[in-house]
Design a protein around this ligand. Structure first.
Ligand code: MG
Length: 375
């Protein structure tokens, strides 16, 4: 079938504040109250529409205010009038229009893929090259300052079939980390435990602490020191038996290239909010693969819309083999923005096969949580 041209006519941007269930402590900062996301909707002349999400975290990638402004003022002119089939061209134009702002670009690419998928009747994973997997092992993160609350959540999710957790460490002292790891390991000997410092340690003295946690047989240690501490990351990779996962050290494909060349890690966390969309996320995964490193499906504080974009990317990327952490929509937000629950079952995310992202956005709910709308 020949390609029928279409044209993006309208772009709507919502800055929404989504209430969360409990506070969370991370090496890089506390999250409490609301998380701010920016939702983008594109509408075309032929009547198609697509949604995308930006989930910036101020201490990590950027702010919702800057994301909304980037989309509204700088990206809108390269989108209006464009054919939504021209995804690589539109993304290149967005890169020329504004530097950085990877979350805004992730929202844009997701909305284009959703729109294109709906227009052609294909799921987003098909547009990304086809499906490698139809289920993704799901990890939930434990980061409540009250560890008893986390243990209660753990009991609930274990009951629901979840077998992977990520413990956020490096916030309230090394003794507290060891105590929590001991309790978890003792209560759940079979649990796949990963730990994430979110850059919480300084290189000085970090190696001794990391060697201490190895006794609990964690699957990987994520980003113990600030992203720019390349020498320390390379040292830990060489010295530890436990694999080291790079998160804040690797945003872009060129960061991944440096990580591979300098052997700064054993595996890479891919997030569409760091790369600026699923296509570049797949590039990062491919660079990791070239060095024999697996990749992991990380996320930010996201609603189900961004989770779905990540899900389709992982479905199409063989090397993102360490599972994902798309748990916020169901276990962290008080209410998600999708019309139906985000698809997970028995400890796995189930890859949707409907057109586009495969799920609809509840626009009424979006309106309720919006603090600002731009058209
Ligand atoms: Mg992380």
């Amino acid at each position: 079938m020949a390609h029928e041209k279409d044209k993006i006519e309208r772009m709507t941007i919502w800055h929404a504040a989504l209430p969360v269930r409990a506070p969370r402590d991370h090496g890089s900062g506390l999250v409490a109250g609301n998380v701010d996301v920016v939702i983008l909707r594109l509408d075309t002349a032929s009547g198609c529409s697509g949604f995308g999400e930006a989930s910036p975290w101020a201490v990590f990638t950027g702010t919702a205010e800057a994301t909304a402004a980037a989309l509204d003022r700088y990206i809108r002119p390269v989108v209006i009038g464009a054919d939504p089939a021209d995804i690589p061209l539109i993304m290149a134009n967005a890169d020329r229009a504004i530097a950085g702002h990877t979350e805004a670009k992730a929202a844009l690419e997701t909305a284009l893929l959703d729109c294109r998928g709906r227009a052609t009747g294909q799921p987003v994973w098909a547009l990304l090259g086809g499906r490698f997997r139809s289920e993704i092992p799901l990890s939930i993160s434990l980061a409540d300052p009250d560890f008893d609350a986390d243990m209660a959540l753990m009991a609930q999710v274990w009951e629901e079939g979840l077998r992977i957790i990520k413990l956020k460490t490096g916030v309230r002292g090394h003794a507290f980390d060891l105590e929590r790891l001991e309790r978890l390991r003792k209560t759940y000997p079979e649990l796949d435990i990963r730990i994430d410092y979110n850059q919480g340690l300084q290189p000085f003295g970090a190696l001794r602490k990391l060697k201490d946690v190895e006794q609990f047989h964690v699957t990987f240690i994520e980003q113990p020191v600030p992203g720019r501490n390349h020498e320390a990351m390379a040292l830990f990779t060489a010295e530890l038996e436990t694999p080291l996962l790079a998160d804040e050290t690797v945003f872009s494909p060129s960061d991944a290239h440096k990580a591979v060349k300098g052997r700064l890690c054993d595996a890479i966390s891919v997030k569409i909010m760091k790369t600026g969309g699923p296509r570049r996320g797949m590039e990062v995964a491919a660079i990791a693969e070239s060095a024999g490193m697996p990749a992991y499906g990380g996320d930010m504080f996201e609603s189900g819309i961004a989770h779905l974009a990540g899900t389709h990317m992982i479905a199409a990327a063989p090397n993102i083999s360490l599972g994902c952490e798309f748990y916020q929509a169901r276990w962290y937000l008080k209410e998600d923005l999708l019309s139906e629950p985000f698809p997970s079952d028995n400890g796995k995310v189930v890859v949707p096969d409907g057109p586009g992202l495969g799920f609809d956005v509840d626009v009424e709910k979006l309106g309720r949580y919006a603090v600002e709308t731009r058209q």
